[in-house]
Structures are given as C-alpha cells and as structure tokens.
Write a protein that binds this ligand. Structure first.
Ligand SMILES: Cc1ncc(COP(=O)(O)O)c(C=O)c1O
Length: 387
C-alpha cells in the first residue's frame, strides 16, 4: 500500500468533523455546531445564479476571477472602508477564504518560517501553516482579555521565538469566540507588528457581523496596506457558503505569487458563484443588514440565557458564536459535548477542537432559529440540573 506523506499523516483531523460524525444518524438533534448561516442565500442572488446557467455561463473564467467582480470588490472596499486596491494586480478571487489562507501560506513561507497563530482560532489556521512547511507559534488568548491578542503578547512572542517569525494570523470577529477589535486596539497591534516586521494575514470574513462598534480592516489603517493580506468572502455575510467565493487583497507581489499557485491547483473559482457574488454586491446589502439584526437579537438572548442557567458566557462582539465556560460542571469539554448529545440531543462543539488551551469551553453557534435556541437552552438547563 502507498505510504502517505509524513506531513499529512501527522495532521490531526478537524475536531469539529470528528465530533459531528457522532451527530450523523441521530434523530431530533438540535445542532448548534455548524459554522454556517441558517438562512438560505437571498432569492435574488440564487435567481441570478440559476439564470446564468440558463444563459449558458458554464465556462472557466480568468484565473484571477472575473474582472467585473474584481472591479466591483475594489469599488465596494473603497466606499465601505476607504481602501484602495487595484482590481487587476491586488485582488484575487478564491474558492472561499479557505483556499486563500492556504495560498497565502504557500506563497510566503519557506521551511521553518514561524507564524504567530492565536488560540482559540478557526480550525484550519495551524494546518495551513504546517502544510506549507511553516511552524505555528501559538499565542493563547483567554477570557481575561476578552479572548483578544495583546500587543505585549505579540511583542514577547517575537522576542522569544527569535529569528524567522514572518507573519501573524488574526481573525476578527473571531471564530469561535466572537471577539473583535476596536480601531484603537488594532492601531496598537499594527504598531507592534510593524516594529517586529510581521506580515499580517487578516481574516475578516465576519466583518459585516460586528454588533457593537464599526468594523475596521487592519489594512485600512494608515501605513498598513503593504503589510497586510486582507481576506473576505461571501459565505457568512450573504449566506453563500455553498457558492465557495472568497477574495484576498494585498501587495501585488504577494497576490501574484498566490495567483501562480491558484492557477495550477484550482484554475479559477466557479463561474456560477462569481456571477452570484456580483449580484450580491450589486443589491445584497439590505439582506445582510436584515440577517445581522436577527443574529444580534439571538446573541443577546443566548448570552443572557446561558448566564442565567449557570454557564458563564461573555458577550461576543461579532460573528455568530458564543464561547461559554463549562468549568462549573467539572466535565471536560469533549465529555460535556458527548453527554449532552446523548442525553439531551443538543450538539455543540467542544472547546478542545480549537486547541488544547480551550479546554473548559464549548462553542455554540447561534446561526440557528430563535425557537431552536430557546429549546436548546432549556435542554442544556435540564442536563445541568440532572447532574
Ligand atoms: C474564521 C473563518 N475563516 C474562514 C472560513 C472559511 O470560509 P469560506 O467559506 O470562505 O472558505 C471560516 C468558516 O467557517 C471561518 O470561520
């Protein structure tokens, strides 16, 4: 039998997938586990996709993505955030932010280069660094700082890790904690990144789901454009996960390097998705605002309800996740999640799926109907009372 590459053999499977294999096949489970909107893509966007197929748009596109879409993204970023990107040299359309993150790592890392990766963080970050031959230097964040990185921590990590720290990955609003950064906090992070000559990989896929203050892209801060790769996409804000369209903006040299890998491995993002994305940017913003206001209502409910039943839960500033502590139960997060699933048929994600330092927490997605959330809280309450 063929041997599998050592790098891949050593890669741990996604903790979320492993847990959700358990959920498959069970009936009447309320799943608060998946990280995708419960809304379907707004109808006018779906209609555009269907019509494009009827019109015969079934071909490859330019490797970088359709120029019209890249132009629209450039214009959108200019009006939304005052950012200036050249549509032809500084923007690449990817198969979701997922592909973009992988391309970025492969484009910038040499063997042994170090990348600062926060924890808890989205499950793909460490694997994409390691698959590209880099070493992830984990920066733990905790409730004491609202699950945010601090400039001091970044500075210290650079000093301790010594030579070869090339980049910092950051995701805000964050999956799984919902933590986000204010403009002032970002300024401080930008300053320390500059000081340590860090290139920043900034995944802002949840930017439109920021509830308590305005989202500020790191790349929009003065003097930061050349030091940041800015990632965004259509999956979350427009409920378009299945269309698989993301984008990355950054220095032309880095985007060109990423495009080289993209053209050999992916060729181009699917045309149906790119056309749907154009429609989303043209007239989808009202739907984004409607979904956001519903997520906010659910966030306010679930944070209050979890605290009331005895699970300490901070108020997240964005995305659609809460990250309550289950320390008061005395159970490990995997045992808690498995027992809750078995006894009460509620599925959530054990904290350890996001890194070993996340023991004692679980991730609950509130991208689920309000009534399902209420029923889930009542079942969790029942579980806690029976313990
Ligand atoms: C932080 C973060 N980045 C990237 C992704 C992947 O998004 P996409 O669908 O654009 O590949 C996700 C999906 O859950 C995510 O939570």
């Amino acid at each position: 039998m063929i041997e599998i590459s050592r790098k891949v053999e050593q890669l741990a499977p996604s903790g979320i997938r492993a847990f959700f294999d358990l959920v498959l096949g069970m009936k009447d489970v309320i799943s608060l586990g998946v990280g995708e909107p419960d809304f379907v893509t707004p109808w006018h966007i779906r209609e555009k996709a269907i019509f494009s197929l009827e019109q015969g748009y079934t071909s490859y596109t330019s490797n970088k993505g359709m120029p019209e879409l890249r132009r629209q993204i450039a214009a959108f970023l200019k009006t939304r955030y005052g950012m200036n990107y050249d549509f032809d040299e500084e923007i690449l359309i990817t198969v979701g932010v997922s592909e973009g993150l992988d391309l970025a790592m492969r484009a910038i890392l040499n063997p042994g280069d170090k990348v600062l990766v926060p924890e808890p963080v989205y499950v793909s970050y460490r694997p994409v660094v390691e698959l590209a031959g880099g070493t992830a230097v984990i920066l733990k964040t905790g409730i004491e700082n609202g699950f945010k990185l601090t400039p001091r921590q970044i500075d210290k990590a650079c000093r301790q890790a010594g030579q070869g720290v090339k980049a910092l990955m950051i995701n805000y609003p964050c999956n799984p904690t919902g933590a986000s950064y204010t403009s002032a906090e970002l300024q401080r992070i930008a300053r320390v990144a500059k000081k340590n000559k860090l290139f920043i990989i900034s995944d802002e896929i949840y930017d439109e789901l920021t509830y308590d203050f305005d989202h500020v892209p790191l790349a929009s801060l003065k003097g930061m454009k050349d030091s940041v790769l800015y990632f965004n996409g259509f999956s979350k804000a427009y409920a378009m996960t299945g269309f698989r369209i993301g984008w990355v903006c950054g220095p032309a040299k880095v985007v060109a390097a990423m495009t080289k890998i993209h053209q050999y491995t992916i060729l181009c993002a699917p045309i149906t998705g790119q056309l749907a994305a154009q429609e989303a940017l043209k007239s989808g913003f009202k739907s984004v605002q409607e979904m956001k206001s519903e997520y906010k209502r659910r966030r306010n409910y679930i944070v209050r309800a979890l605290n009331e039943i005895g699970l300490e839960c901070h108020m997240p500033q964005g995305a659609f996740y809460v990250f309550p502590s289950i320390k008061s139960t005395g159970e490990k997060s995997m045992a808690f999640a498995q027992n809750l699933l078995k006894k009460k048929k509620v599925a959530l994600v054990p904290g350890v799926a996001f890194g070993p330092s996340c023991e004692g927490y679980v991730r609950i997605s509130y991208a689920s109907a309000y009534d399902s959330l209420k029923e889930a809280v009542s079942r969790i309450d029942g579980y806690l009372r029976e313990k």
